[in-house]
Design a protein around this ligand. Sequence first.
Ligand SMILES: Cc1cc2nc3c(=O)[nH]c(=O)nc-3n(C[C@H](O)[C@H](O)[C@H](O)COP(=O)(O)OP(=O)(O)OC[C@H]3O[C@@H](n4cnc5c(N)ncnc54)[C@H](O)[C@@H]3O)c2cc1C
Length: 360
Amino acid sequence: MRVVVCGAGAVGAATAFFLAEAGADVTLVERADVACAASGKSGGFLALDWCDGQPVAGLARRSFALHEELAGRLPADWGYRRMTAYAGRETADPREGPVGWLGPVEIVQTLGGPDTTAQVIPEAFTRALAEAAVAKGARRVDGAVEGLVRGRSGAVEGVRLARRILEADRVVIAMGPWSILAAAWLPMPIIYGLKGHSMVLRTGDRLPAEALFLECEGPEGRATPEIFPRPDGNTYVCAISSQTALPMDPLDVGPDPGAFARLEAIVRRLAPALDDCPVVTRGACFRPVTADGWPLVGAVEAMPGAYVATGHSVWGILNAPATGEALAELIGTGSTAHVSLDALRPERLPPLHPGRLVTG
Ligand SMILES: Cc1cc2nc3c(=O)[nH]c(=O)nc-3n(C[C@H](O)[C@H](O)[C@H](O)COP(=O)(O)OP(=O)(O)OC[C@H]3O[C@@H](n4cnc5c(N)ncnc54)[C@H](O)[C@@H]3O)c2cc1C
């Protein structure tokens, strides 16, 4: 079976990998670069049970196990490791706590330990999955998907790029927030893009495997920075979300004015011990969000051959593996073996009228 996967973020790369592993004839199409968007700029924090009680609980628990399994069986190293996670808040009167290197911060709760929380370096993880898909026979094609090709019956028969058509029996839309473009091609609910800012500091090996979810209030206003030391000697920090317009080209995504300076000021205040650590990268990206907050994963019932996998919001790196596995099962056999996708059916939300799609 020929399957075209549109978009090489974590979700598209994982889907291509599991499809290729199941023996499908896979083409992974990417408009800009593998992991160029949120999947290359996110925190990469993973939790077993933080989604319990939600429609994505099954996806999260299965994904948490798959992250460990994939790290063990694929050749690349993407920094997978278990860690401890703490919540803390800025205080003028810090007491001795478990995270000794922090400045004016009080740790108020242990959120998880090595049994339930872990991390990956998301860009390396996404690239490794795309490469593993290729190693299993998938093709990588550079180009922007501009539409679908449909047969007389209305079923999908391929995708249209600027100068060529890629024929396919099945097509998966996994273009992150740009999946909204597919509302012009098939019945598709609205997808929003919510912007986040991040930076990576070169901290060396001075920080332990401790993820921090903090609350602070300073001259920059109220913020909830997340700090994830990584096993490659870097430390990732993110905060400062905004609802700004999504540029049509993923490579045109830039920061809000002053956002990086605010983020850096927060880090320097909360962690003065890192004052001498240089910033190695700064990133702005949009996470894909649906109207009800849960991803869209599954077949588009009104258009045979079309599938959607997007809207994973703050848990797209965590939930990419089980999303890819479930879609590969659904496409290959008509049902899923490990997680139910019933609660994530794209049809649960009304489709966006193509006339409401404003681009440019
Ligand atoms: C600041 C921040 C921190 C985060 N931290 C975490 C975390 O700690 N843990 C976690 O689990 N999640 C986290 N997330 C969420 C996670 O990053 C996203 O949910 C996830 O990356 C979405 O992956 P995706 O593959 O759906 O989309 P994307 O990563 O956006 O990938 C979509 C791809 O589609 C391509 N594309 C677009 N248009 C086309 C086209 N027309 N044709 C072909 N290709 C196209 C794009 O170039 C892009 O490569 C975070 C998000 C943000 C913003």
